[in-house]
Design a protein around this ligand. Structure first.
Ligand code: ATP
Ligand code: MG
Length: 208
């Protein structure tokens, strides 16, 4: 059973988008997956409520309070966790203490970088991560092909010891799926084929 935590203290970087699509990707290949929402806004739980009954089921878990964490672990293949905003709360510390993989989304906007680098240093300092029991993966989100900022992002993060694992394009499709309770791995149309390819490094990483 893996626990994949999607987290960053920076708001709006794509935590819920990554968590929901990752849960769909794992469910689509037959895994028994739950999506645990540890964010007070409960966006992931709202997304599950919108999810059509005809689609591969994803169980929703409310992990917004510390005493709700855990319990269901053994019966599942994976729990994807939509993380809370900060690192300081006990909830965040407990989640990091249990996670097998930690995914940190970052936007191409330079305004996000300092806060995210500070956040990455903070989690790297946590004993479990230092001991190599949890891996950190940085994912660039909302990348625009025409923008040169991704090269700067790539270089800045690599220099600090956090190379980018994957690059996810900015596509309206993600907002559409968010509204419909679905994800890009729910459909195997050719249009989302290229987009799905961008997720492969991330899927491979959480598999190993
Ligand atoms: N790759 C993408 N392409 C297009 N839109 C995106 C992408 N990723 C996220 N978005 C949009 O950006 C907004 C913020 O994304 P999201 O809600 O996933 O971030 P978050 O980190 O969970 O935010 P919060 O801190 O509020 O929980 C949403 O409207 C979402 O649809
Ligand atoms: Mg969110």
């Amino acid at each position: 059973m893996r626990k994949i935590l999607v987290v960053n203290s920076k708001g709006g970087c794509g935590k819920t988008t990554l968590a929901t699509n990752l849960a769909v990707a794992l469910a689509a290949r037959g895994e028994d997956v739950a999506l645990a929402d540890a964010d007070r806004q409960k966006s992931s739980l709202s997304w599950i409520k919108r999810r059509p009954k005809t689609m591969t089921p994803i169980e929703g878990l409310n992990w917004t309070k510390e005493d709700r964490i855990g319990g269901k672990d053994k019966s599942l293949d994976a729990i994807v966790i939509d993380g809370p905003g900060g690192l300081r709360s006990e909830l965040a510390k407990n989640l990091i203490a249990e996670a097998s993989d930690i995914i940190v989304p970052v936007l191409a906007s330079a305004f996000d970088w300092d806060a995210t680098l500070k956040f990455l240093d903070g989690i790297s300092d946590i004993k479990r991560v230092r001991k190599g029991k949890a891996d950190i993966f940085v994912v660039a989100n909302r990348i625009n092909k025409r923008s040169t900022q991704v090269a700067d992002l790539e270089r800045t993060f690599a220099e600090k010891g956090y190379p980018l694992l994957a690059r996810i394009s900015d596509r309206v499709l993600y907002a559409r799926h968010a509204a419909a309770g679905s994800g890009i791995f729910d459909y195997s149309d050719s249009k989302s084929h290229e987009i799905r390819g961008q997720w492969h490094p991330l899927l491979q990483a959480v598999d190993s």
